[in-house]
Design a protein around this ligand. Structure first.
Ligand SMILES: Nc1ncnc2c1ncn2[C@@H]1O[C@H](COP(=O)(O)OP(=O)(O)O)[C@@H](O)[C@H]1O
Ligand SMILES: [Mg+2]
Length: 235
């Protein structure tokens, strides 16, 4: 059976097989990911927990097509993804994936509305009026109707992360990849952002892979993976 048919039957959104990643700086090589496999099903919520430096961000970058593995393969919706060129990976990312980071990565010169609209505006067939409506809807959903024309510098940390969530969701991705999305927030704000993430995942029926230091937050996932030194370990 082809990979495509197989993934379609299993409803596998993302599949990574035997991933290795090394960084070389001329003299020395650092092995960061040392043979990891992972499958995420449609609508599934998976968390990855591991101490700093264990390779979580490196793995997430590979899964999201932002970087390439040294060895192994990544299938997105049953289609091999890691060996495609930069432009094609960018297109598939925009089509199927949403990203949230520890630091919001919003564009400082643009308003909340423009930041959220951006992923849709980048599409060839973008209809400005529809995109604006969709972005407004998402910002309303994350509780920021009163902040549409504010720039990131005029927002609180929690508000900025809400804008980042709205931006990640505006394309209705199949899978959200989140790297320490609450890591830079105080406890109370972190909890409210995490609750919002969980609600939105159900509402939008998307799969979510979240990296977090926080065992308590990680526990609400369907499945927790523990990572140490580039490998899965038993908790
Ligand atoms: N571009 C890079 N070049 C060299 N080493 C890197 C690079 N990116 C990450 N590393 C190393 O890989 C290891 C894991 O990093 P990272 O994936 O950021 O871990 P985590 O997100 O779990 O804290 C670290 O030792 C880090 O220094
Ligand atoms: Mg990291």
């Amino acid at each position: 059976m082809s990979n495509f048919a197989n993934a379609a039957m299993n409803n596998t959104v993302l599949e990574a097989k035997d991933i290795y990643k090394s960084f070389t700086d001329g003299k020395s090589t650092v092995d960061v990911i040392k043979g990891l496999s992972l499958q995420i099903q449609q609508g599934e919520f998976v968390s990855i927990v591991g101490s700093s430096g264990s390779g979580k961000s490196t793995l997430l970058h590979i899964l999201g097509g932002l970087d390439r593995p040294t060895e192994g393969l990544v299938n997105l919706n049953g289609k091999r993804f890691d060996n495609l060129g930069e432009a094609e990976r960018g297109f598939l990312r925009n089509e199927h994936l949403g990203f949230v980071y520890q630091f919001h990565h919003l564009l400082p010169e643009f308003t909340a509305l423009e930041n959220v609209a951006m992923p849709l505006m980048l599409r060839k067939d973008a209809d400005f009026k529809q995109v604006k409506q969709r972005a407004e809807f998402l910002l309303e959903r994350v509780g920021l109707t009163h902040r549409l024309t504010h720039q990131p510098g005029e927002l609180s940390g929690g508000e900025r992360q809400r804008v980042a969530l709205a931006r990640a969701l505006v394309t209705q991705p199949k899978l959200m990849l989140a790297d320490e999305p609450t890591g830079n927030l105080d406890r109370k704000t972190a909890t409210s952002i995490f609750e919002l993430l969980r609600e939105l995942r159900e509402e939008f029926n998307m799969a979510m892979l979240i990296v977090t230091h926080d065992e308590q937050l990680a526990k609400s996932a369907d499945r927790i993976l523990h990572m140490q030194d580039g490998l899965w370990i038993d908790a």
